[in-house]
Design a protein around this ligand. Structure first.
Ligand SMILES: [Zn+2]
Length: 252
């Protein structure tokens, strides 16, 4: 994989943790790569990313991976409040006002870059997220047309017999713990998965925004109809699998 090192951004500081555990994907919403690189390297803007990928699939390294690039801003995921310190930020040459779909060459380059970073830092698929996952009430990038399914990070949430049994127990547990309304159950599960759910509790617009962010990343919902019943069972299957793998990784 060829990296272009011609442009560097000084918009970075020191990571507050040495472990790199997440990848955050963004779009620039600018005209093209020239504008984007200039923007990400301009000290005035106080933003940057480790990588920028052009529509033609060229990968630019703008900030050293060891440094803390400024791409996530105020963010939250699974108890982490400073995503910049533990992640690699990747900006994509995409503007939702100009294009609908991401360019094929860009997606292939991103796929290769993610594969490389995943191996290098042992990053789990579930820690590869969009800006809209770690800042759902502020950000919508990489947007609904971002092909999460094509970069091989989607988990399968197919229902199985075993999951069905756990599902029954889970519903009983919800009932016992006074989680009656579907919204409360969904927020409970999304919080466990990693999302900041607090602002959604009493704000229906924020709740819908949160569901959108979740759907784009984990269900690739732009192809499915937003059927309420289906969405609930998909989140539940995701949650159950998350609980099961959480335990394994917790004790290992
Ligand atoms: Zn972003």
């Amino acid at each position: 994989m060829k990296l272009i090192n011609k442009f560097k951004s000084n918009n970075f500081d020191t990571r507050k943790s040495n472990k790199i555990s997440h990848i955050i994907v963004h779009y620039t919403a600018l005209d093209g790569s020239k504008e984007a690189i200039e923007y990400l390297c301009d000290p005035k803007n106080k933003v940057s990313s480790h990588y920028f990928i052009s529509k033609q699939g060229f990968i630019y390294n703008l900030v050293d991976e060891k440094k803390r690039a400024w791409h996530a801003g105020e963010s939250y995921w699974d108890g982490i409040k400073d995503l910049n310190s533990c992640s690699i930020g990747v900006e994509l040459d995409y503007n939702p006002k100009k294009n609908k779909y991401y360019k094929k060459k860009l997606v292939i380059s991103l796929m290769n870059l993610i594969l490389k970073l995943k191996k290098k830092y042992k990053i789990h698929n579930k820690n590869i997220l969009g800006h809209s996952d770690v800042a759902p009430y502020r950000k919508i990038d990489p947007g609904k047309y971002f092909p999460w399914n094509k970069i091989n990070v989607l988990n399968s949430f197919k229902e199985t017999k075993v999951l069905k049994n756990i599902d029954n127990n889970l519903e009983m547990w919800f009932k016992k713990n006074n989680l009656i309304y579907q919204k409360r159950k969904i927020l409970f599960m999304l919080a466990f998965i990693g999302y900041e759910v607090e602002p959604s509790i009493n704000d229906i617009n924020k709740y819908n925004t949160l569901l959108k962010s979740y759907s784009y990343r984990f269900i690739n919902f732009n192809k499915l109809k937003l059927i309420r019943k289906k969405r609930y069972s998909l989140i539940k299957t995701h949650f159950i699998k998350e609980v099961l793998t959480y335990k394994v990784s917790f004790y290992s």
